[in-house]
Each structure stands twice: as C-alpha cells, then as structure tokens.
Design a protein. Structure first.
Length: 439
C-alpha cells in the first residue's frame, strides 16, 4: 500500500516550501515513484494527470521550493519496480492549498466567515477586478473528493456564483476559483458543524492590522458567553467570547479555535498573515536605490576620465616648459661666461619660449643639422646715468631689465652654421645702439 503525506503542512502561503513524501509500507528499496494531480473530467469523474516534472520525484520525494497559487490542488502518487515487476495503485489523496499575496480573483463568501453552522445558506462568488466571467467555484472534500459546484448536492452554479441552499458537515472542505484554462486562485478552507464556531476572516490578514476572533453559537445563551481561545493547541486567552490582536505580525499565523466546557470546541481555522504594503515596496526601493547608485558611479567615472584626459594634455605640453627652463638656465650661464654680471637690485627677467625649426635639405641624405640656443637680451639704461657711465665703467650697480623674447630659428642643412644667435640692445641718451653678433 502506498501512503502520501505532506511536510511541513498542506496549508501554505505563496512562496513557502513544501515536500510531498510517498512511501510503500513494508518495503523501502527498489521503487520508482510517479506523481499525479487529480482533476475533473467532463462527466465530473476523477482524472489522474501525470506531472510534467514527475521524474524529479522518482526517489519518493517531490519538493516545491517556492509554492504558487497554481500549486493548489489534489495530489496522489504511485510506485513500481522491475524485479519482480510490480505496480501499485494510487496513493491516498492529499490536498495542497496556497494563499496568494495579491490574487487576481477573490472568492467572496456570504456569510463572511470560514466556519458555518449546519442548515445555513451559503453563497460563494468569484470576483475579478476586470471580468468575472470564465471563473467557476470548485472544491475538495474528504467525503466527496474533487467536485464542481454544479454537481453539488443542494448546490447550483449561476455564472461565477455558487449557492448551497442548506449546508451539512459533508460540505467541509477547500473551495477555490478556477478558470477555464485551469488557473486556480484564492483557496479557502470552509468548515460546517453543529456546535460552536469560530468567526475568523476569510482573506489573509495584513501585518500591522487588527485581528478579531469571536466564538459563536447557533443558539446562544447566557451560560456560553465565556470561551477559551487556542492557537496551535496552546491556550492564548480564556473566559471571553472575543479575542482581539491589535497589531498582527507573521508570528500570529497558524490554526485557531475556541472551546467551551459545555458546547465543546470549534473546528480549526487557518489564519494567514501577509506582508504589509511597505514591505512589498522594499524590492522597488532597493531597485531604485541600486539604479541611482549605478548612475552616480557612471557620472563620477566620466568626470574622472575627463580630468585625466585634460591632465594628460597638460603633461603633453610640459616638455616645452622644461625646454624653456633649460633655455633660461643656459642663457644665464652663457651670459655669465661672456662677462655680464647680474645686478643685485632692480632686476626683472622675462623669459619666453624659443621655437627651433629644422628643415632638411632635399638635396642631402636627410641628416638633420644641429640646433643651438637662440635668445635675445635687451638692456635698458636710464639717461641720467649717461655721464656716470665712464666713471663707473667697471661697476655694475645700475638697474637693468633683461627680456628674453620669442624667436623662431629656422635652419636648413648646408645653409650655414647653427651656433648661438642673440641680440643685445642698449638704450643710450641719443638713441639705441644695437650690436648683433652673428654666427
């Protein structure tokens, strides 16, 4: 005999993991397992459909790491082995129902609770935000298995609404909305019993909201105004007919029931808790923050790249500045060697760049001519010191300004020498005396 069980539980919230475990009693080796889902045929009989990924559970365990609402349904398993050849019957049925975070269609129940008294009138309707056509109510009960609303005893289907005229304990089961294409949404566990019932919300409760539970009796009396409330078999409140949880959290999810000493205990109702809207926005906020961070890093990178290129351009011009400095130092050295002394005061030195252009002689073999230093020296002397010039000829106390101007030297091979070329300009009383030594 094949036995199917569910771990950790068959009541799930979207995203929860679940494992179906198939076992052959009395034998544990040599078996290959197959997995099926139970659907309804056109004549409302059970139809067993092999799961498309059944082979991954061939070892006896079929695991769903993140359940979705479409995993809601009835499952069975089967086993077979080759030596000796043997194939088992289908296992017992196990129902999985998964509550969606934001289902596209809602199962509206009237009266608006999950537990009902016997002989009540019950209405269930599938309501879509855009269009409710094409949805029907289906259920699974331990008594009747998988059923369509139109096939229910004392039940009728009109459009997307299912009505049960008089409920009985046999109507206890899981109800959901199913589309023509087979999509399943918003499963709800509905229970029916004679005694007291627990009034609990049909839809999942949002974190931070208030949860109110009441213990009701079809024929209330003063003696049953007190009851105890339990969660997962643990007493959480006693001697009251109403329990209020002001701020719901995920830890409040579980099975609840109430109990009275005389009327007995109600059936259990599963309370599902979903994340608040702010938690739902966290992925969006994280995504936006990550996007802005990437944009900021790109901008910083582009700015650094732009500055790097500019600095590279400045560095590419630096050799001329170095050349200019060398020219200045060389000119001072040459000036010192030629007997010109730099004044101690009142001196201004202006240096400019020197460009040398060397042109090859087309008639030669292309050897470049040597290039030497080119500078200009301009010495300005005041007129009131003209008479003292002869007396202080050997002294160098007068003020002088030295200006190095920009000259461009073009040399052609074979056209002449390329020694130092400079100009000295002295300003005298009557005019300017200029001497230009050549090469």
């Amino acid at each position: 005999k094949v036995q199917l069980r569910v771990s950790p539980q068959k009541w799930l919230t979207e995203g929860d993991p679940v494992t179906l475990i198939c076992e052959v009693k009395g034998s544990s080796t040599g078996w290959t397992f197959s997995w099926f889902t139970v659907t309804l045929s056109s004549d409302f009989r059970d139809r067993y459909e092999l799961l498309s990924d059944s082979s991954r559970g061939s070892g006896g365990k079929y695991t769903v790491s993140s359940a979705t609402v479409n995993h809601t349904g009835v499952y069975v398993c089967g086993a077979e082995k080759e030596k000796p050849a043997y194939k088992t019957f289908y296992s017992n049925k196990q129902l999985l129902w998964v509550t969606g975070v934001s289902p596209p269609v809602s199962l509206i129940i009237s009266p608006n609770r999950t537990q009902h008294f016997t002989s009540d009138s019950l209405s269930l309707s599938c309501e879509d935000q855009s269009n409710s056509d094409g949805w029907t109510v289906r259920r699974y009960t331990d008594s009747w298995g998988l059923e369509d609303c139109s096939s229910l005893h004392r039940g009728s289907q009109t459009g997307s609404t299912c009505k049960i005229s008089s409920t009985s304990t046999l109507d206890t089961g899981v109800y959901w909305c199913q589309s023509e294409s087979g999509e399943k949404h918003h499963p709800v566990n509905i229970t029916v019993q004679i005694g007291g019932i627990l009034e609990s919300p049909v839809h999942p409760v949002t974190e931070g909201d208030t949860l109110t539970l009441r213990c009701l009796d079809k024929f209330p009396s003063p003696s049953i105004l007190r009851a105890d409330f339990y969660k997962d078999e643990s007493l959480i409140q006693n001697q009251t007919t109403e329990m209020i949880i002001s701020t719901v959290s995920k830890s409040h999810e579980g099975f609840y029931y109430c109990k009275h000493p005389e009327r007995g205990e109600s059936l259990k109702s599963w309370i599902s808790v979903r994340a608040s809207g702010s938690d739902g926005l966290k992925p969006v906020i994280i995504g936006v923050t990550a996007g802005l961070t990437v944009v900021f890093l790109i901008i910083v990178f582009l700015v650094l790249l732009w500055r790097f290129r500019n600095n590279k351009g400045v560095r590419s011009e630096s050799p001329s500045a170095v050349q200019q400095q060398k020219i200045s130092q060389t000119s001072e050295q040459n000036q010192s060697e030629a007997g010109y002394n730099t004044p101690l005061s009142g001196t201004a030195h202006v240096y400019d760049s020197v460009d040398a252009t060397i042109n090859k002689d087309r008639s030669t073999d292309g050897v470049r001519a040597p290039t030497e230093i080119t500078y200009a020296e301009v010495e300005l002397k005041s007129t009131n010191k003209q008479k003292k010039k002869k007396e202080n000829k050997d002294k160098n106390t007068e003020s002088c300004d030295v200006l190095y101007s920009k000259l461009k030297l073009e040399t052609d091979q074979g056209a002449g020498c390329s020694d130092v070329t400079y100009a000295q300009v002295k300003k005298k009383m009557p005019g300017v005396e200029t001497s230009i030594p050549g090469c």
